[in-house]
Design a protein around this ligand. Structure first.
Ligand SMILES: C[S@@+](CC[C@H](N)C(=O)[O-])C[C@H]1O[C@@H](n2cnc3c(N)ncnc32)[C@H](O)[C@@H]1O
Length: 201
C-alpha cells in the first residue's frame, strides 16, 4: 500500500464520503486515555488522532509508525515533534523494546491486512505491551449486506488509489482475544457500520 498520493486529500475524501463519522469514532475513547504514558500509534496516517491524543494527555510519549512518508510529514506538521518519535516503517517489522507500551492505537488500520498478516502483526505488537495495556481500535464492520457492499467499494477505491493488496476485512476480535486482550467497551455509528473499541489486557 502506498498512501503518498492520496495523503493530502485523505481528510476531505473521508469527509465527503463519511461526514464526521470516522473522526467521531477515532476520538471516542480519548477521555479515557488521559493516564497513558507510552503510546504506540500505528498507521495513523495524517496524524489527526495523534494530535488529539497529545492535546488531551499532557504526559504521554508516543511512537508514531506509518509506511507513507507523505502521511508522516503531514502528521509531524499536525502533531509536532514534542513527545513523539516518528518512524516511517512497516509495522509488521517493528523492533521495539518488549513490555513498553501501555497504549496502542490502530484506527482504520487493521483493514490493510489479511487474517494471517493481522495475526502476526497483533502478536508482535502485543509482545511490546505492558500487562495492563489498552488498545483502541476503530474499524468497519460488515454485519449487513449494505455494509459489505460499502466496504467492498472502499477496498476498490484503495486498490486503485494506493495499490492496497488486501481486499477483505479480517476479524481482529478473536486475534486480540487470543493475545490476552479483553473487549471492555465499544461504540457504534451508522447502524453498526463503524465501531470504536477499547481493549484491555
Ligand atoms: C486506511 S489508512 C488509515 C489512516 C488513519 N489511521 C485514519 O484513521 O484515517 C491506513 C494507514 O496505514 C498505513 N499503513 C498501511 N500499511 C502499513 C504498514 N504495513 N505499516 C505501517 N503503516 C501502514 C498507511 O500508510 C495509511 O496511513
Amino acid at each position: 500500500m502506498n498512501c503518498d498520493w492520496i495523503a493530502s486529500h485523505y481528510w476531505w475524501i473521508e469527509r465527503l464520503g463519511m461526514g464526521r463519522t470516522l473522526e467521531r469514532r477515532r476520538r471516542w475513547f480519548l477521555p479515557q486515555l488521559k493516564n497513558a504514558r507510552r503510546a504506540l500509534v500505528l498507521g495513523d496516517g495524517d496524524g489527526r488522532f495523534l494530535r488529539q491524543l497529545l492535546q488531551q494527555n499532557s504526559v504521554v510519549q508516543a511512537d508514531y509508525v506509518d509506511l507513507s512518508s507523505r502521511m508522516l510529514e503531514l502528521a509531524r506538521k499536525k502533531a509536532g515533534v514534542d513527545r513523539v518519535v516518528y518512524r516511517r516503517a512497516d509495522a509488521r517489522a517493528l523492533e521495539f523494546a518488549q513490555g513498553e507500551y501501555d497504549l496502542i492505537s490502530t484506527h482504520f488500520f487493521f483493514d490493510c491486512f489479511d487474517s494471517q498478516e493481522l495475526e502476526a502483526l497483533i502478536a508482535s505488537v502485543a509482545a511490546r505491551a505492558t500487562p495492563g495495556a489498552r488498545w483502541v481500535v476503530s474499524e468497519f464492520r460488515t454485519d449487513t449486506i449494505a455494509a459489505r457492499m460499502l466496504v467492498r467499494a472502499l477496498y476498490l477505491f484503495f486498490r486503485i488509489t494506493t495499490d492496497l493488496r488486501n481486499q477483505s476485512l479480517a476479524d481482529h476480535r478473536p486475534i486480540l482475544s487470543a493475545n490476552g486482550f479483553r473487549l471492555t467497551d465499544a461504540g457504534y455509528s451508522r447502524g453498526g457500520l463503524v465501531v470504536s473499541e477499547l481493549w484491555e489486557r
